[in-house]
Write a new protein. Structure first.
Length: 392
């Protein structure tokens, strides 16, 4: 298989910018255009690191309202740095990015206050938590007209029914990544990770996501329960399974499991679909499966913290990310699914081929086995169970 290169993907997208005319107000019918008639990427690539107000493309919004800096808090391997550079070059805004490992880390950071971030990317249930805690700023959709590009079926989700605080960023699934040299017959069950007789055959070469809702949820699914089950007896069963598994793990890893899969330091991993695809782009022996017991479907979202110092600039950057060309550039980099209908025709064919051959695509049969992670007043038990697992 010809391996995908992030550099080559970026070059492909840059070349697309010469023929895709984008209109600043966006929408599924009209792509956003810079004032010069250039696409966002082409305008940003024009080589003007310190643009004057008169030279700013339309997608930069009102120059008098733009801040000099935008601070972005995001997951690892979840933003093409070329996109940040393109926006910064075109609009004169320095975009900096910090990384977190879990929704719980993000929530704790915002709860502490004065984090200084302008844009954060929480998952579905985390959006709900942040809204309930008054930690998100309402979005001014007048500054984000490209929201019209988002698939209507992915708007109005349970965690933010009116999309008052959030707009979809990327979506994906959670299942098992494995190396076909170690598993020539494939994997079809969570038992490969949770049955000690099976996982300990790969002792030191197996990993779990460092994520309490994902790891406990997958264990509950293996036991025949819902990902969201808060029954104390079922949680205790999940705890015991995780403790029995733990001695055979290389560790809990949410940040660079794609690298350990690609290098074959790990042969089986609890994993997100896009991270697995990234590993497969470097090692064609890596594949992905949603186990027969089921997996998760999730949506990550663009949100602005309640105490963000630069809300207008954040909204302009969100709008930029939602343009068709930039939306495609983003998913070509992350290997996750784009919620942007206008971006889908611009995705590189190699992106689809890699996901299809690697088992990441979602058809109706797979979707029927997927469950959303949700929370209620009883969900605190997940933190208690996780603390018990991590402490031993």
């Amino acid at each position: 298989m010809e391996k995908l290169s992030r550099i080559s993907l970026s070059l492909i997208i840059f070349s697309l910018s010469l023929v895709v005319v984008l209109a600043a107000c966006g929408g599924t019918g009209d792509a956003p255009a810079a004032s010069s008639g250039e696409s966002p990427a082409a305008a940003a690539d024009a080589g003007n690191p310190t643009p004057t107000e008169a030279s700013l493309p339309e997608f930069c919004g009102d120059p008098s309202k733009l801040s000099a800096e935008l601070r972005f808090f995001n997951w690892a391997d979840y933003m093409d740095e070329n996109i940040m550079t393109q926006f910064g070059t075109a609009c004169g805004v320095k975009v900096t990015q910090d990384i977190y490992s879990s929704n719980e880390d993000l929530i704790a950071k915002l709860q502490a206050g004065n984090a200084g971030y302008d844009l954060v990317i929480p998952s579905d249930y985390a959006v709900q938590i942040l809204i309930n805690a008054d930690l998100l700023h309402p979005l001014d959709m007048a500054n984000i007209p490209n929201v019209a590009n988002i698939d209507p079926n992915l708007m109005g989700m349970y965690y933010d029914p009116e999309n008052t605080y959030s707009i979809p960023y990327q979506w994906g699934t959670t299942g098992i990544a494995y190396n076909t040299t170690a598993y020539p017959d494939g994997v079809d069950s969570w038992a490969a990770l949770f049955d000690p007789a099976q996982v300990c055959k790969q002792k030191g070469f197996a990993s779990m996501l460092d994520d309490e809702r994902e790891s406990i949820g997958a264990t509950l699914k293996y036991l025949g329960y819902s990902y969201n089950d808060t029954d104390p007896d079922h949680q205790a069963q999940a705890r015991d399974v995780l403790l029995a598994q733990k001695p055979c793990l290389a560790g809990y890893n949410s940040d660079n499991y794609n690298q350990t899969l690609a290098s074959e330091e790990v042969m089986i991993a609890h994993a997100w679909s896009g991270g697995t695809a990234l590993a497969r782009s470097e090692n064609e022996n890596v594949k992905f499966v949603i186990p027969k017991e089921g997996g998760t479907i999730w949506m990550d979202n663009m949100t602005i913290p309640a105490d963000a110092p630069n809300t207008y600039t954040a909204e302009i950057f969100i709008n930029y990310l939602l343009s068709p060309e930039i939306g495609a550039q983003l998913s070509n980099y992350t290997y996750y699914f784009t919620p942007n209908l206008a971006a889908q025709p611009l995705l590189d064919p190699a992106y689809h081929d890699l996901l299809e051959s690697g088992g990441m695509l979602v058809d109706d049969a797979v979707r029927a086995r997927l469950e959303w992670i949700k929370r209620d007043d009883q969900s605190i038990i997940f933190s208690d169970t996780w603390t018990a697992v991590k402490a031993r």
